[in-house]
Design a protein around this ligand. Structure first.
Ligand code: CTP
Length: 210
């Protein structure tokens, strides 16, 4: 059994000293990797820049931006039985990356952004029978509706709907609460608990259904 997990944010450089990113801490993805290792699963973790220690007994691949995460994830994915995309991939990156530090010349500044690849949707399109693909949906409104639409749009087997509007269970917190929705319509509510507990419950549910 091989498990591929992605975690953390990606950072998209504007110039050598500035970037666009998000508040992801990587804790949820690292907890899933750890829960997989506890279950004696062979785990590969692809991580954006985080300040968490490298977990023991897990293959760790470090990446910086969305395009590197896409390349590494698509490279490992064909050999994975279960893939869980917990990374908060940046949706946009600057069209141009200045080679030198940008000087503050004008009163205002417009930075043109372009969409990054939707890695999870690419995996959904590559998926072979028997592979299990799981996404996260970070939402601040219409949680279940938006999450279910992502499950269908990206051809997933499961989605963990994550309300990131509160402080208790949002980005950076040690706790999380998710609603795990399967493509067959089963719904499992996982109430607020330490991320490692949530990770164990997610994996247990997915493994018992596979
Ligand atoms: N995801 C991805 N590649 C991206 C953006 C998101 O693989 N460029 C994955 C995330 O890892 C997550 C899922 O897609 O598993 C949903 O991410 P989310 O940010 O909730 O949704 P988006 O698809 O980006 O849609 P929106 O920002 O419109 O809510």
């Amino acid at each position: 059994m091989r498990l591929l997990v992605t975690a953390g944010p990606t950072i998209e450089k504007i110039d050598p000293v500035r970037y666009i990113s998000n508040f992801s801490s990587g804790k949820m993805g690292y907890a899933i990797a750890e829960a997989g290792r506890e279950m004696n699963i062979d785990v590969t973790l692809i991580s954006g820049p985080v300040s968490l220690p490298a977990p023991c007994g897990i293959k760790l691949i470090k990446v910086e931006n969305a395009s590197e995460m896409a390349a590494e994830t698509k490279r490992i994915f064909p050999d994975s039985d279960i893939t869980i995309m917990a990374a908060a991939v940046a949706d946009y990156r600057p069209v141009l990356q200045a080679p030198q530090k940008m000087k503050k010349e004008s009163v205002s500044l417009i930075i043109e952004l372009e969409k990054t690849e939707d890695i999870l949707a690419s995996l959904g399109a590559m998926k072979k029978p028997g592979q299990v693909l799981v996404g996260f949906a970070a939402e601040t409104e219409n949680l279940l509706e938006n999450a279910h639409a992502k499950l269908v749009r990206k051809n997933l087997d499961w989605i963990a709907a994550n309300d990131v509007s509160g402080n208790e269970t949002g980005f950076g917190s040690d706790l999380n609460a998710v609603t795990l929705i399967s493509r067959n319509g089963t719904i499992l509510e996982i109430p607020a608990a330490p991320k490692i507990e949530v990770a164990r419950l997610i994996l247990k549910e997915i493994l018992s259904a596979s």
